[in-house]
Design a protein around this ligand. Sequence first.
Ligand code: FES
Length: 146
Amino acid sequence: MKRRHFIKKSASTFVVVAGALVAVSYLRQFFPRLAGEKRRVAIGAPRQFPVDTYTYIDEHNFYVYRDHEGIKAVSAVCTHLGCILEKSTDGFECPCHGSCYNNNGEVLSGPAPRNLPWYQVSRAADGKIVVDPGKIVGAEDKFLTS
Ligand code: FES
């Protein structure tokens, strides 16, 4: 292989690889934090969660809600660009661009493009509550504890 041909081929390979890396970085912003959210998470015994309260599980970016019937879990990641939502009196607010959601995770005002996902909740053999962010359920679905 001639030197000139080698340099030309190396330069074009570099441009293709650099372009692919830039494209992947750009596209990642549309799928924020998904990789870390997919694992099943044991969050503890039901009694650790006060009734009629949303408890933020900060290591996994979701809220757990418990009422007198059971427990359910909703993502705390804004569907706009992935900021962590703060609990307000009657829903969730995004500190980044102002999206608001009600307590069912439904978008009340944008720019959030879609509702918050609710995650499947179950109980492990040891009695701990387990949240599975890889399994999306309806906002009305809850794991019955009573
Ligand atoms: S990231 Fe929440 S509104 Fe933009």
